[in-house]
Design a protein around this ligand. Structure first.
Ligand code: ZN
Length: 508
C-alpha cells in the first residue's frame, strides 16, 4: 500500500507567544498531581523514548528559528511531531529539571532544589510508574551528575553511564553522544530486552555542556558552523543589548565560544538522529512515543552569564520540547524524500507539524506521556487533550526559579550575584522576575531578549503576577535557600570532583 502523504508543516516558527485577554487563571492548577494506577485496564501500550538534551537552548534548533542549520535530525523530528514553542525548564540546572520532567512536579514539590539535593526515593517517577505498568525500563546517561546517588535512576532496570577515567585517573564526569546512542541501540537490539513488554528508554545527551577548557565536539563539527550566519546572529543580539559591553565590543573573539557550543549541539543532533533511525530500522518507530526535552539552556554571555545556573532569563530556561506520538500508519511528509535527511523512514506522527504557542512547563510532560503511552484516564487533563480538539492548551502560569544555593555556593559563581530566592512567572506575553535585586517585568513579544525592564509601565500586571508568584511560593514553602542540600558527604565530594563545586566552600 502506498503511504498516505500529508503536507509538510512550515519549518519556521510563528511569532512567539500570544497576548492573553486576562490574567485570571486557576490559581491551583499547578497543584494537580496524578493519581497512581487505577484499576481500569489500559487499552493500549506504546513504547516511550525520552531524549533529554542537556544545556540546549531552544533557539539553537532550526525548529525554533535558528539560521545555523546544525540540527537536521531534531528538525525532522519536529516536523513529524508537535513542537511546544515556549517550553520552560523549572530551574536552569540538570538534576532539579530532570526530576521535574520525570515526576510532573516543580522542584519545590519533588524536593530536588539543586544538584546537591538528591531526589527522594519516596517520590514516584515516570520510570517507576511505567515499570509498574509492565514496561521494561532503561536509562543511558551522558553525565555522572545524574548517576544513581542523585535519585533520578529510580525505576530503571537497565542503566549505563560514563565509566571512563580522565587523564588524572579520576572518574570521567561525562561521555560523548555516540556512546549514549551506542548503548541505547545495543540494548534495544540486544537479547537482554524483554520482547513481550513495551519499553521505556531514556537517553541523556550532555555534549553541549561546557567543560574545563571550553565546549568540546568531535573532529569536523566546528567547521560545519556557518561563520557568516553566526556573526549575523551575534551582531543582532549585541545591537538589542543582550550582551555586556565587554562581549559586545569583542564579538569576533566571542564567536569562538558560540562556535564551540553550536558544534557540540550539531554532534549531539547527529547521534539523536542515529538513535531514532535505529528505532526505525528495528521497525519500532511507529509504535513509540518520542519526547525530546531540554533540561535548561546556556547563557553564552547574554545578560552576563556564560554557562547556566544563576539567571532565569530566556536563554537559560526556554528549552526545546518536541512530542511525537504515532500517527496514521505509513503517513509521510510531502516532499520528505527530496528535502529531508530521513525521508520516509520516519513517518509523520499524530498532529504532525502542529506548533503550540502557549507557554508550558516541563512538569506538564508527564501527564501527556501517560496519556500517550498507557492511555491513563487521569491524564486526560494533559496538554495533549486540547490539542487533539484543535485548541491551544489553557494558558496557566509557568513558574521558574534559581536553584537554592547556599550563599557560598552562589558567590563562588561570581561576585556580582546577590544571594536569595530568585523566582519568576511567565504568563502570556509577560515574564516577571522577583529576587534579591528587585522586581523585573519583561514583555517577551516586544522584547524577546529581555533588555528592558517595563515593571514601572505596568504596575497592575506586576501586582497580579507577583501575587501569583507569592501564592505559589506559599503553597510550596521551602524557607530560605541555603541548607546545602541533603546529599551525603561522599556524594558531595563526588560532585566536587565532577566539577559541581560546593563541597568545601562552606568552610571558607
Ligand atoms: Zn543540564
Amino acid at each position: 500500500m502506498a503511504p498516505r502523504r500529508i503536507p509538510a508543516a512550515p519549518a519556521v516558527p510563528t511569532e512567539p507567544g500570544r497576548v492573553l485577554a486576562t490574567l485570571a487563571v486557576a490559581a491551583l492548577a499547578w497543584t494537580a498531581v496524578l493519581a497512581g494506577c487505577g484499576d481500569a485496564t489500559p487499552v493500549a501500550r506504546r513504547n516511550v523514548v525520552v531524549i533529554t538534551t542537556d544545556t540546549t537552548r531552544a533557539d539553537v534548533l532550526g525548529a525554533y528559528g535558528s539560521a545555523l542549520g546544525l540540527t537536521p535530525y531534531l528538525d525532522a523530528l519536529a516536523r513529524r511531531g508537535v513542537v511546544f514553542e515556549r517550553a520552560y525548564a523549572p530551574m536552569a540546572q540538570t538534576l532539579p529539571s530532570h526530576a521535574t520532567l520525570f515526576t510532573g512536579l516543580p522542584p519545590r514539590a519533588h524536593g530536588s532544589l539543586e544538584n546537591h539535593y538528591q531526589l527522594d526515593e519516596r517520590v514516584e517517577t515516570l520510570a517507576e510508574r511505567l515499570a509498574a505498568e509492565g514496561f521494561h525500563t532503561a536509562g543511558f546517561i551522558g553525565a555522572l551528575v545524574l548517576e544513581p546517588p542523585s535519585g533520578i535512576a529510580q525505576g530503571f532496570e537497565a542503566w549505563t553511564q560514563p565509566a571512563g577515567a580522565n587523564q588524572k585517573g579520576m572518574r570521567s564526569p561525562d561521555r560523548a553522544a555516540s556512546e549514549v546512542t551506542d548503548d541505547a541501540l545495543a540494548w534495544l537490539n540486544g537479547t537482554e530486552r524483554r520482547r513481550d513488554a513495551p519499553f521505556f528508554i531514556w537517553a541523556h545527551y550532555f555534549d553541549p555542556h561546557r567543560e574545563e577548557g571550553g565546549y568540546q565536539s568531535p573532529e569536523g563539527f566546528k567547521q560545519r558552523v556557518p561563520g557568516e550566519a553566526l556573526m549575523t546572529m551575534l551582531e543582532e543580539r549585541a545591537t538589542s543589548g543582550q550582551f555586556p559591553p565587554e562581549v559586545a565590543g569583542r564579538l569576533r573573539w566571542f564567536a569562538e565560544e558560540w562556535r564551540g557550543y553550536a558544534a557540540a549541539v550539531a554532534a549531539m543532533d547527529e547521534q539523536i538522529g542515529r538513535l531514532v533511525d535505529g528505532l526505525a530500522a528495528a521497525g519500532l518507530f511507529e509504535e513509540t512515543v518520542i519526547v525530546v526535552a531540554g533540561d535548561h539552556g546556556e547563557g553564552l554571555m547574554e545578560h552576563g552569564e556564560l554557562q547556566h545556573g544563576v539567571n532565569i532569563f530566556e536563554e537559560l530556561v526556554h528549552v526545546p520540547l518536541i512530542v511525537l506520538a504515532p500517527g496514521d500508519a505509513g503517513a509521510v511528509l510531502e516532499g520528505a524524500a527530496l528535502d529531508d535527511v530521513v525521508g520516509a523512514r520516519w513517518p509523520a506522527g499524530e498532529m504532525a507539524g502542529r506548533r503550540v504557542a502557549t507557554a508550558v512547563g516541563l512538569e506538564q510532560v508527564l501527564p501527556m506521556l501517560l496519556l500517550l503511552a498507557v492511555a491513563d484516564e487521569d491524564a486526560d487533563e494533559s496538554l495533549w487533550t486540547p490539542l487533539r480538539k484543535g485548541a491551544e492548551p489553557r494558558p496557566d502560569p509557568v513558574f521558574i526559579e534559581r536553584p537554592h544555593y547556599t550563599q557560598a555556593r552562589l558567590e563562588s559563581r561570581g561576585p556580582k550575584y546577590t544571594w536569595g530566592v530568585l523566582a519568576g512567572v511567565v504568563l502570556g506575553r509577560y515574564k516577571l522576575l522577583d529576587g534579591p535585586d528587585g522586581v523585573e517585568l519583561y514583555d517577551l513579544v516586544d522584547d524577546p531578549g529581555e533588555t528592558r525592564n517595563v515593571s514601572r509601565d505596568h504596575p497592575q500586571t506586576v501586582q497580579r503576577m507577583r501575587s501569583l508568584l507569592n501564592q505559589w511560593t506559599e503553597i510550596h514553602r521551602t524557607g530560605e535557600p541555603g541548607s546545602g542540600g541533603n546529599v551525603s558527604a561522599e556524594r558531595a565530594a563526588t560532585l566536587e570532583q565532577l566539577g559541581y563545586g560546593g563541597a568545601v566552600e562552606e568552610g571558607r
